[in-house]
Design a protein around this ligand. Structure first.
Ligand code: ADP
Length: 190
């Protein structure tokens, strides 16, 4: 049975950092829709061009685009020990599509780890990251506020979807990287 974990939380919660820890120690495959989209932009594909304007405005890209990318990556890695889903699912439609895709593989989500960080700290972290990441969406407070608003309107309800399946676990996303990592391992029971 694959170990499939959804890492969940608002922009700046630390999902990417903790994903790296999990893939290093558990041998899981990292699936970040943000990274996949940025790779499409860098390669100048039509999909990348479609996504770029939305991402730079702090809006979500259409569900069919990200679901297609995830389907493709799942098919490419049939022998994975499991996946860390980072930044996906971000809408209820994406969560339902993910369950259907995994069911087709005879697999399922083990748990959703929700990382909780107070909003002022999120904004500080993103502005700091914007200084050296070069990410356009990290450099402007109005765009950051728009991303947090998209999260609250469209993504936060996804937690309820997993709570109904008894798969939702909340962890404190403040403190040292190592402390947060220990909380995640404990919550995931792995
Ligand atoms: P963060 O979590 O810090 O906002 P990401 O790298 O996960 O950063 O995502 C950056 C942007 O990419 C999002 O603001 C959104 O525009 C787009 N994006 C990423 N994942 C998804 C998704 N699952 N559905 C829709 N849009 C997405």
């Amino acid at each position: 049975m694959m170990m499939n974990i959804v890492l969940f939380g608002p922009p700046g919660a630390g999902k990417g950092t903790q994903s790296q820890n999990l893939i290093r120690d558990l041998g899981l495959v990292h699936l970040s829709t943000g990274d996949l989209l940025r790779a499409q932009i860098a390669a100048g594909t039509p999909l990348g061009l479609e996504a770029q304007g939305l991402m730079n405005a702090g809006l979500l890209v259409p569900d069919h685009v990200v679901i297609g990318m995830i389907r493709h990556r799942l098919e490419e890695c049939p022998d994975a020990a499991g996946f860390i889903f980072d930044g996906f699912p971000r809408t209820l439609a994406q969560a339902e599509a993910l369950d259907a895709l995994l069911e087709g593989l005879g697999q399922s989500i083990r748990c959703m780890i929700s990382m909780v960080v107070p909003q002022p700290e999120l904004v500080q972290r993103l502005l700091l990251r914007g200084k050296d990441s070069g990410r356009a969406d990290d450099q402007n407070e109005a765009i950051i506020a728009q991303r947090i608003q998209e999260y609250q309107a469209k993504t936060a309800p996804v937690a309820q979807y997993y709570a109904q399946q008894n798969k939702w676990k909340e962890v404190d996303g403040t403190g040292s990287i190592q402390e947060i990592y220990s909380r995640i391992r404990e919550a995931a029971g792995c």
